[in-house]
Design a protein around this ligand. Structure first.
Ligand SMILES: CC(C)(COP(=O)(O)OP(=O)(O)OC[C@H]1O[C@@H](n2cnc3c(N)ncnc32)[C@H](O)[C@@H]1OP(=O)(O)O)[C@@H](O)C(=O)NCCC(=O)NCCS
Length: 184
């Protein structure tokens, strides 16, 4: 298996996978995620390709198997926090026909190696609670839960959500740099 930098010719493949994962997020959080077209998905990925993010593709015998997008974040010191530089994994996806064969693990290994070469010690990501498969995968490949974002809403009555009295408006959390990046 080879993992290489993506180029324009990989966008249709990656966009198709991204749309599948995105659709699951739209179903789980329709108040937050909006449906996107194939064209929108390619535009999002093209911006990643042309921006500061790394978009890599796993291939075997010229067949594309999966992709990952990651970026470096420099977080400045605040009154309470030290400055730090870390890698943020924005997206990872594997072709459904190639899952369970080590492609995702190979992509994570690649990201780790790039980080090691760049002197970056930590990789972080966000994964939604509903994505149990994704969470299990990340735990299997070496990620630990290092925090939990909690939410209360009177508009969402999904099982397990805390329901607030309807007279209390939902509290919008100040978005951090990483939460502005599209979730995995
Ligand atoms: C999550 C995903 C990237 C995993 O890719 P993959 O190529 O199938 O994963 P691998 O074959 O490399 O598996 C690595 C390890 O994770 C485990 N794993 C993978 N998918 C799993 C699942 N659904 N449930 C439990 N464990 C899983 C594997 O068993 C393996 O562990 P092992 O080596 O101890 O056997 C792939 O399923 C995917 O693209 N999902 C949709 C997109 C997505 O949810 N992205 C991430 C979160 S938003």
């Amino acid at each position: 298996m080879e993992i290489r930098q993506a180029n324009e010719s990989d966008l249709t493949f990656a966009a198709a996978l991204m749309i599948q994962t995105h659709a699951a997020h739209v179903r789980a959080y329709p108040h937050r995620y909006r449906p996107i077209s194939d064209e929108d998905a390619e535009t999002v990925l093209r911006e990643r390709l042309e921006g500061e993010e790394n978009l890599v593709v796993a291939t075997q015998d010229d067949r594309r198997l999966g992709y990952a997008i990651f970026t470096t974040i420099d977080s400045p010191a605040t009154g309470l926090l030290k400055s730090r530089r870390f890698c943020y994994l924005m997206q990872i996806g594997v072709d459904p026909g190639a899952r369970g064969q080590g492609v995702g693990r190979a992509l994570i290994r690649h990201v780790r190696e790039i980080c090691r070469q760049g002197g970056i010690a930590e990789i972080e990501l966000d994964v939604w609670a509903f994505n149990t498969a994704g969470r299990r995968f990340f735990e299997k490949v070496g990620f630990d839960v290092c925090g939990t974002r909690m939410r209360a809403s009177h508009t969402c009555r999904r099982t397990g959500d805390l329901v607030r009295p309807s007279s209390v408006p939902p509290v919008e959390r100040q978005a951090s740099r990483s939460s502005q990046l599209e979730g995995l």
